[in-house]
Ligand binder design. Structure first.
Ligand SMILES: Cc1cc2nc3c(=O)[nH]c(=O)nc-3n(C[C@H](O)[C@H](O)[C@H](O)COP(=O)(O)OP(=O)(O)OC[C@H]3O[C@@H](n4cnc5c(N)ncnc54)[C@H](O)[C@@H]3O)c2cc1C
Length: 243
């Protein structure tokens, strides 16, 4: 079933990513980690559908936030990050997904691992945890090209400063801030060992990002003793390729 959302706010997260806040009057509610399909239809009837994770925590106001990273030459993301305006209407279907979700009743330690825009559904989990007053201990390992590419930077920093049960680690792959202790590099076994929950605590892990990131992060977690059944993954490949 397609619903119509009205754009009520736009916010640039980075030079290439934008958060779109939609008001959807018949929104049935969602769980952190779910996504929607967005459909754009041209005047000649041609339409394109892409999936976008929900960034906002569940709320009773029918508000849905999406954060979209612009892919050069893409069909849909340039429109959503450059052309859409407040007051525009957008067709969406969802919420979708029942596995890659975090429910506020889950008490166990949670390990979140994001590659680039893979932070979006994990941010919904973090926001949902705050809103519900959950004390489930969370750790976030966020792999990102450079400091300027970090989404939700101030909010993440404020949350982790206020709450020591929310641990936040960045892994910069191309450019680091000045005097950063780790040279630019991908997530590796040493970083996993030093910054994620020890496997003996049996955390549930949520790994999200491009397919190659998800595969290598899952392999590293398994190699460091994590139970593969406790690793939930979401791949941000082109829509249609997702398993
Ligand atoms: C469940 C799910 C949730 C997603 N959530 C988000 C989200 O929260 N934010 C977000 O920005 N994106 C998200 N995506 C990716 C999104 O659906 C689109 O794939 C992306 O916006 C590109 O669409 P496009 O029409 O601009 O590019 P297209 O016209 O589809 O593709 C342009 C070119 O880029 C390649 N390409 C397409 N998608 C990707 C990709 N994700 N990574 C690398 N190359 C790609 C294509 O093969 C093609 O060569 C999600 C995908 C899935 C499956």
């Amino acid at each position: 079933m397609w619903r119509v959302g009205t754009v009520i706010a736009l916010h640039d997260e980075t030079a290439t990513a934008r958060t779109i806040t939609l008001e959807v009057s018949d929104w049935p509610g969602h769980v952190a980690g779910q996504h929607v399909d967005v459909r754009l239809t041209a005047s000649d009837g041609y339409s394109a559908v892409r999936s976008y994770s929900i960034a906002s925590a569940p709320n009773s106001e029918g508000r849905v936030e999406l954060t979209v990273e612009r892919l050069p030459g893409g069909e849909v993301s340039p429109y959503l990050t450059q052309e859409i305006a407040v007051g525009d209407r957008l067709e969406l279907r969802g919420p979708i997904g029942g596995w890659f979700v975090w429910r506020t009743q889950q008490p166990e330690p949670i390990q979140l691992m994001a590659g680039g825009s893979g932070i979006v559904p994990l941010m919904a989990m973090i926001r949902s945890r705050v809103l519900a007053g959950s004390t489930a201990p969370f750790r976030v390992l966020y792999s990102v090209r450079e400091p300027e590419a970090v989404f939700y930077r101030e909010e993440l920093q404020a949350l982790s400063d206020q709450d020591h049960s929310l641990g936040l680690t960045y892994a910069y792959t191309r450019v680091t801030p000045k005097n950063w202790p780790r040279p630019p590099s991908r997530i590796d076994a040493a970083l996993i060992a030093n910054t994620t929950w020890p496997s003996k605590l049996v955390p549930t892990c949520y790994v999200c990002g491009p397919t190659s990131f998800v595969e290598s992060a899952s392999r590293l977690l398994t190699a460091s003793g994590y139970d593969p059944d406790k690793i939930r993954t979401e791949r941000f490949g082109p829509t249609g390729e997702r398993q």
